[in-house]
Design a protein around this ligand. Structure first.
Ligand code: BV8
Ligand code: ZN
Length: 252
């Protein structure tokens, strides 16, 4: 289906009181200059993310893993939210029960003004003590860029700090899982800018569909989710979301 027709169809389906849930991935931040994971700029020094974003990699070489996160924090710090983030922030104020679940750790949804973001994989701007020492909080915000010493040390025990993100093989925060499950009760579920290969995040759209939601994918390429959802729009998020928003504003 042509993008324009898909937008018209969504314009007819969305009502002022529609309950909307959106899941985003790295593709929503691509236009802001944040490297995606599996795109052409997905490798860092020839290491695929799956090899670096793990507790085993950190245990083996905390310096290498922190060099990657230090580099990403420096890259992300200069990035601004794009039209996709801004449209979602506007929807979060306009639609009742709007929920945003993001796999991204870059903080750009919050920077765009979306509140109560459900951070499925944590935040690159949070840190915690690797040994979870008694003197340290569960996690805290630290925007130091770049860290003068890598790997950075825990100020409470002198041990290692780790990034406040969910690595492969680590469980999703139970509170985040609970909020995400509640968000599946919606009228429309958008999956935006994700390759839909990382679980359990990749299973959310199909679960929402089983709960009766009308499910839409907005992604520049097809994904394993494309044929499972009700509508697949293969176009950039920073074009589709603002175009849909313009149509909705002319309606109500
Ligand atoms: C868990 C944080 C269990 C860190 C990340 C075999 C089969 C199935 C599952 C598994 C398996 N083996 C292992 C698993 C489980 C594993 C998994 O799913 N692996 C995959 C690779 C097979 N999952 C886990 O380990 C999860 N935990 O299962 O725990 C457990 C349970 C209880 C107790 C203990 C353990 C944890 C996964 C979390 C990993 N952490 N990130 C960090 O960021 O450093 S994942 C990482 O991938 C990012 O978070 C990212 O968000 C996520 C998904 O990637 P995407 O966001 O989709 O980005 P990607 O580049 O892939 O795609 C971007 C898309 O956008 C592309 O399609 C592109 O075409 C499109 N695009 C580009 N530009 C645009 C665009 N679209 C629109 N507009 C544009 N302009
Ligand atoms: Zn400590």
């Amino acid at each position: 289906m042509k993008t324009e027709d898909a937008i018209q169809q969504l314009g007819r389906r969305i009502k002022p009181d529609s309950r909307i849930t959106v899941l985003t991935g790295a593709g929503v931040s691509a236009a802001s200059g944040v490297p995606t994971f599996r795109g052409p700029d997905g490798l860092w020094k020839n290491h695929p993310p799956e090899q670096l974003a793990t507790p085993e990699a950190f245990r083996r070489d905390p310096r290498l893993v922190w060099e990657w996160y230090n580099w990403r924090r420096e890259r992300i710090r200069g990035c601004q939210p794009n039209a996709a983030h801004l449209t979602l922030a506007a929807w979060s104020r306009r639609f009742p029960e709007f929920r945003l679940i993001t796999q991204n750790v870059d903080g750009l949804h919050e920077k765009a003004g979306t509140e109560n973001v459900i951070r499925f994989h944590g935040s690159i701007w949070e840190v915690l003590c690797w040994d979870r020492c008694a003197g340290s909080p569960p996690r805290w915000w630290d925007e130091t860029v770049p860290f003068p010493m890598v790997p950075p040390k825990c100020p409470h025990c002198g041990g290692l700090l780790r990034p406040g993100v969910v690595w492969f093989g680590e469980g999703i925060d139970p509170d985040v899982l609970e909020r995400s499950a509640a968000a599946l009760n919606c009228d429309l579920f958008f999956s935006v800018g994700t390759s839909a290969v990382v679980y359990p995040a990749a299973g959310l759209a199909s679960q929402a569909r089983r709960h009766g939601a009308y499910t839409i994918e907005v992604n520049v390429e097809g994904t394993p989710a494309s044929n499972l959802l009700d509508l697949s729009v293969q176009a950039p998020a920073e074009e589709v979301l603002p175009a849909l928003d313009l149509l909705l504003q002319s309606k109500f």
